[in-house]
Design a protein around this ligand. Sequence first.
Ligand SMILES: Cc1cc2nc3c(=O)[nH]c(=O)nc-3n(C[C@H](O)[C@H](O)[C@H](O)COP(=O)(O)OP(=O)(O)OC[C@H]3O[C@@H](n4cnc5c(N)ncnc54)[C@H](O)[C@@H]3O)c2cc1C
Length: 421
Amino acid sequence: MSAHSTSLPSLVIVGNGMVAGRLLDELLERQNRDGAKHYEITVIGAEPHGSYNRIMLSSVLAKDTSVKAIVQKDHDWYQSKGIRFISGSPVTAIEREAKWVETACGQRVSYDELVLATGSRAARIPAENLDLNNIFLFRTIADTEGMMQVAAGASSAVVVGGGLLGLEAAYGLAKFGIKVTLVHRSGWLLNRQLDKQAGAMLKTVMQDMGIEFCLGDEIASFREQNGSVCGARLKSGRELRAELAVVATGITPNAELGLEHGLNGQRAIDVDDFMQSSAANISALGECIEHRGATFGLVDPLWRQAETLAARLVNRELVPFENQAIATKLKVSGVQVFSAGQVQEQAGQRAVVIEDKQARIYRKLIIDQGRIVGVVLFGDVRSGAHYFDLMQAGKNVSADLPQLIFGQEFAESPGDKELAA
Ligand SMILES: Cc1cc2nc3c(=O)[nH]c(=O)nc-3n(C[C@H](O)[C@H](O)[C@H](O)COP(=O)(O)OP(=O)(O)OC[C@H]3O[C@@H](n4cnc5c(N)ncnc54)[C@H](O)[C@@H]3O)c2cc1C
């Protein structure tokens, strides 16, 4: 059993992903502010790397950046900050009575405070032969490097999932000059972020990049040749060639470690407003948690969770975490998408829309009793942040409609208002 021979309490963080990295920053900032160390910190991560910017894996795949450039905390960083870092070995057991965790290698580490930041993994699909070689779930540096290696020698690929991640994967693979077909269950792309019209525009733009689409369809099975994928059969009966497949249909929280050791939770580890789990001295944050029934898939709320937890652990301050609406963007060069709140208007709500099919510009504001409750922008997203602020503030924009749909400037300049009217 390893423990620090010091009088400071021991803080063990399990998981070394994006939110763990942010939590360390928050803890160190408070430590610097106070001029005193509060904990002996140990971080245990399943991946061999230090904390890296997972978001940028799409850009690594698209060859716009490198793995090296996205590692935010390398092994030396932990050492320089006096943080013990155990990498490449997942924690497999928690002993709550005696307060220690054990890694897959059998290493035990004692804790006074334990933080679970185990994130999530790519969801599996119920397709036959999903475990063939060269079928990737898009989540880690290892997945991305594997995809790039296969893509370099392949001529065709199938991407499953027409959400943000699937589209970014398709775009990245298309840059290898291979034929990419994206299969999506819904009738239009980004169906959670865009309405049908904007989704159709997105499809046209991405078709121009050489990507093909099979919408309203699903993978029934993958075909095998010498242990590797060589194609896919769709539920519609259509056959696709594929020497490489990427599955990006959603995420599953890595909550088993917590739930199997008695923490409360349904889909993920249940935490209160202060990131406290149902067990004393065990906190959790990031994509492995559920908070008031909600789970997470984007980093914005995770940063606020890290602030809340650091404030409680270091300063004993109780700053409640509040889940808020977030805006989404797509990281595909040349494609501008902005979406927040509702995507589809409901009975009694007003939709203010402009569409220029030729210029491939589409804008929609959904208004409920004078307030913005949804924003869908395609092609020109310049006023996205402004609409989002108005939505968050719950401001009544009735007086600025319909001019507001032309952008912030039109709603604010009387001259332009006349033109637009
Ligand atoms: C390709 C890609 C693009 C993305 N793009 C965006 C974007 O544009 N915008 C956005 O907001 N979000 C994006 N995301 C989502 C974002 O990356 C996640 O929201 C964020 O990484 C979640 O942080 P986390 O720390 O909770 O989980 P993770 O970053 O997944 O980290 C969890 C870590 O815990 C480790 N772990 C799991 N179990 C154990 C265990 N038992 N013991 C030890 N370690 C363990 C895992 O190996 C992993 O390293 C993207 C994700 C991907 C994959």
